[in-house]
Design a protein around this ligand. Structure first.
Ligand code: SF4
Ligand code: SF4
Ligand code: SF4
Length: 198
């Protein structure tokens, strides 16, 4: 039996394939939809105006506007626990301030010596080399220059080609490269948690 969340129903996404990118530290989608009161405080808090009102009034990140610097301003104004740091143990029990219910859920543990919390999200970039200008001998380093995590390096090849190579481990999914690519050769994908910890 497949569970269809209220949000999936609202947007007609019965397979659950098209969950929008929620703000960083959003709790898992089915809880997020219950906890978020659509108060817009995270939208107002984001200095870079990355968070916009989406289907059903729920906030999502519009990466066309730029990359997230994980400043935590949205996290800090969320009063309902819809945005919440999840301990690296993956176990979290939070009170739903919206309904006074107590909700519990657990996620797969991420093994890490240094991290106390799970990453703010599990989004990763991907470069479509077929569309990349640099692969077609046109000078472009925009994605690499925008990446503060230095996750994109260029391998020089014959014929004036510089191939962008993405270090997926280093990529925080901030989205900075996405908005600066002049030919939309970069995609961002939310990686399921079980793949993140594999
Ligand atoms: S962490 Fe900061 S930059 Fe990122 S979405 Fe939240 S408020 Fe905006
Ligand atoms: S910004 Fe886009 S076109 Fe430019 S090197 Fe990066 S992927 Fe290629
Ligand atoms: S490669 Fe990853 S970390 Fe670097 S700019 Fe792109 S999304 Fe951000």
């Amino acid at each position: 039996m497949v569970e269809i969340t209220r949000m999936q129903f609202l947007r007609g996404d019965l397979k659950g394939d098209n969950v929008p990118f929620r703000p960083p530290w959003a709790i898992p989608e089915k809880y997020f939809i219950d906890f978020c009161t659509r108060c817009d405080k995270c939208i107002e808090a984001c200095f870079d105006e990355l968070i916009v009102k989406g289907r059903g009034g729920y906030p999502y990140i519009d990466f066309k506007r730029g990359g997230c610097d994980f400043c935590e301003d949205c996290l800090n104004v969320c009063e309902t626990n819809a945005l919440k740091k999840i301990p690296a143990t993956g176990n979290l029990s939070v009170r739903n301030n919206n309904s006074n219910k107590r909700e519990e859920y657990s996620e797969t543990t991420i093994e890490s010596d240094s991290e106390t919390y799970l990453p703010p999200w599990h989004i990763k970039a991907n470069i479509d080399l077929n569309n990349c200008l640099s692969m077609n001998a046109t000078i472009c380093r925009s994605c690499g220059e925008s990446c503060e995590d230095e996750a994109i390096k260029f391998n020089l090849k014959l014929g004036g080609i510089a191939e962008p190579v993405l270090n997926i481990e280093a990529c925080s999914g901030c989205g900075a490269c996405f908005s600066v690519c002049p030919v939309q050769a970069i995609q961002l994908t939310a990686v399921p948690l079980k793949e993140v910890v594999a």
